[in-house]
Design a protein around this ligand. Structure first.
Ligand code: GLN
Length: 272
């Protein structure tokens, strides 16, 4: 089978199975199996793929059809121009979370050697982006769960200004014992417990611990606000939570995402 035929067949199979983004996803799976990018796929359309590659690709397509998110099949995903390891046990970086990374960088722009803490770090995509964009910063990444920590450790390898701390953000004493920071960043779990069963099929493969923000989805914001950080705090939130999160922090402002939905709350404060 040629590269071009494999792509065509993969797309048809995903489309038939009602995968919305079938065209891009078949391409990503094929790229991943062949170890080439999309330009390579175009350039090598007539080349033959090996029977092993064909079998692996076919297996990937079946997994995708069974509902497994494409990112868990490829084992990596791009965020802010870099590739991060992802897989079962850790939340997949969302494109709208890039706004959180970008705004975080803006907030520490004028500060030399800032200290930054990313709470509920997951893959580490936000905190590690800050660490990599600002080599003079020191970034602490806090995560509680072992499966997520194993991805976080892999992603943080070779990032000298990033340090991982295992801990529970709902534990106020733990939060109060963290190093003094210039900025607290968090994309905590913020889905209401009762809404979790109705989420998209793909999301059900992601860890509930990364999604469940308690009965009203606001549990983690209360914990973070309760720790009394004096520095600026920037958090991601759900599309209907901006005002509630602002109220929990006693003020601040809301930023919206590309769809015009509440996505970020910034509580201003003093840089250390
Ligand atoms: N944005 C994610 C979703 O809608 C939720 C992530 C989170 O709870 N932090 O699936």
């Amino acid at each position: 089978m040629t590269v071009e035929q494999a792509l065509k067949q993969g797309r048809a199979l995903l489309k038939e199975s009602n995968i919305d983004n079938y065209s891009a996803e078949a391409l990503w799976l094929l790229e991943n199996r062949l170890g080439i990018n999309s330009a390579g796929i175009l350039a090598k359309g007539g080349a033959q793929i090996t029977p092993e590659q064909e079998a692996d690709y076919d297996n990937d397509l079946r997994l995708r059809i069974s509902g497994v998110p494409v990112q868990y099949i490829t084992g990596k995903w791009d965020f802010y121009g870099r590739s991060f390891f992802v897989g079962e046990g850790v939340l997949i970086p969302r494109p709208e979370t890039e706004i959180l990374a970008e705004e975080s960088l803006r907030l520490i722009k004028e500060k030399a050697s800032p200290v930054v803490i990313d709470l509920c770090a997951g893959t580490g995509c936000i905190g590690l982006t800050v660490a990599l964009e600002r080599p003079d910063a020191r970034v602490y990444l806090v995560e509680k769960y072992d499966p997520a920590l194993s991805f976080l450790r892999k992603n943080a390898e070779g990032v000298p200004n990033a340090e991982i701390i295992k801990g529970d953000v709902l534990d106020t004493a733990f939060l109060k014992a963290l190093p003094l920071a210039d900025l607290i960043i968090s994309n905590p779990p913020y889905i209401k417990t009762g809404e979790i069963p109705a989420l998209q099929r793909e999301v059900s493969f992601e860890p509930e611990t990364a999604l469940d923000g308690g009965e009203d989805g606001l549990e983690f914001y209360r914990a973070i606000a309760g720790a009394g950080f004096e520095c600026p705090v920037i958090v991601e939130c759900g599309e209907d939570q901006g005002e509630s999160v602002k109220a929990i922090f006693g003020g601040g402002y809301i930023l919206r995402d590309y769809f015009g939905l509440d996505r970020i709350v910034i509580r201003e404060g003093d840089l250390k």
